[in-house]
Design a protein around this ligand. Structure first.
Ligand SMILES: C[S@@+](CC[C@H](N)C(=O)[O-])C[C@H]1O[C@@H](n2cnc3c(N)ncnc32)[C@H](O)[C@@H]1O
Length: 283
């Protein structure tokens, strides 16, 4: 077996694992319950207009894709995990819009060069492990002068810190895999796109989370529905002490981020970044 075959096989195995992780739990309900405002925030930041051809990368159940379709765009929702599409189709139908749902890896998108006016991703592409490969694909499928828009959890925000908290309990990722919250660092994203984009606008914003009565409720909600949390607990299931310690660490994390001591109100930070692909029209 050659080194290339081994690398291809290893990547296929990693993506299969990721797909199973995101298909576990109930990600679509979490997106609806907690972050349904973020899709419209991203669509608005990208100034999506009626008739635009839009690609939502790592679309999940269409948190950004559906608002883009509601704005009148022709939308393709693409994701590694087609198990999430049924929930997306149901939601789209309830809003009275139609989208194309296409299985695809953000690192090898199944679309031709320059196919879309807008390429966006809401806390999505950040979870593909090889950042440069994904960034190259976002640029490739966006037409010259088209818009690329990304909404990503920051490393220092709540979800970034949740990943940092879970890391010591998780099996080590392959050496080539990069941490998702790096996409929440503007410098990192600029380095990925380099001189292929212009008009970069980046700002940090927050989404308020106030539906939980106690820190443990938020933790347990994630244990039940969020693939990455489910997968870490699965890895330590045979070690009750570790499970108890991670339970405590996640409660401590919520307490660190909550406002005041009586209520569980948190503001989760994300980076909202838009830019335009450089091309003949704006060279
Ligand atoms: C946190 S969810 C975000 C989904 C959706 N964009 C939203 O706002 O709710 C992350 C998504 O990234 C997808 N994903 C992970 N790795 C991927 C990859 N390599 N290529 C495409 N999608 C991927 C997962 O299947 C999952 O749907």
């Amino acid at each position: 077996m050659t080194a290339t075959t081994t690398a291809v096989d290893a990547d296929r195995a990693l993506k299969t694992k990721h797909r199973a992780m995101w298909a576990s739990g109930d990600y679509p309900s979490l997106a609806t319950d907690l972050i349904s405002t973020l899709g419209p925030v991203l669509v608005q930041a990208c100034a999506v207009r009626s008739g635009d051809r839009v690609l939502d990368v790592a679309a999940g159940a269409g948190n950004a894709a559906i608002p883009a379709a509601l704005a009148g765009a022709e939308v393709v929702a693409s994701d590694l995990t087609p198990e999430l599409f049924d929930a997306g189709r149901q939601q789209a139908a309830s809003w009275g819009v139609e989208l194309d749902w296409v299985e695809g890896d953000a690192e090898a998108l199944p679309f031709v060069d320059g196919d879309f006016d807008t390429v966006l991703s809401c806390v999505g592409v950040m979870f593909a492990p090889h950042h440069q490969a994904s960034a190259d694909e976002l640029v490739r499928v966006c037409r010259p002068s088209g818009t690329i828009g990304l909404l990503s959890w920051t490393p220092e925000g709540f979800i970034g810190q949740m990943f940092a908290t879970m890391k010591p309990y998780a099996p080590p990722p392959p050496p080539s895999a990069q941490p998702p919250p790096l996409w929440g660092d503007e410098t990192h994203v600029r380095e990925l796109f380099r001189d292929r984009v212009t008009d970069v606008v980046a700002r940090k914003q927050t989404v308020r989370i106030d539906r939980f009565a106690a820190p443990a409720d938020l933790r347990d909600y994630f244990k039940e529905r969020y693939g990455p949390t489910i997968s870490v607990y699965k890895a330590i299931a045979g070690d009750p002490e570790k499970v108890a310690q991670l339970d405590r660490d996640l409660v401590a994390l919520v307490e660190r981020f909550q406002h005041g001591t009586d209520t569980v109100v948190l503001d989760w930070e994300y980076l909202l970044l838009t830019c335009r692909r450089l091309g003949p029209a704006n060279c």
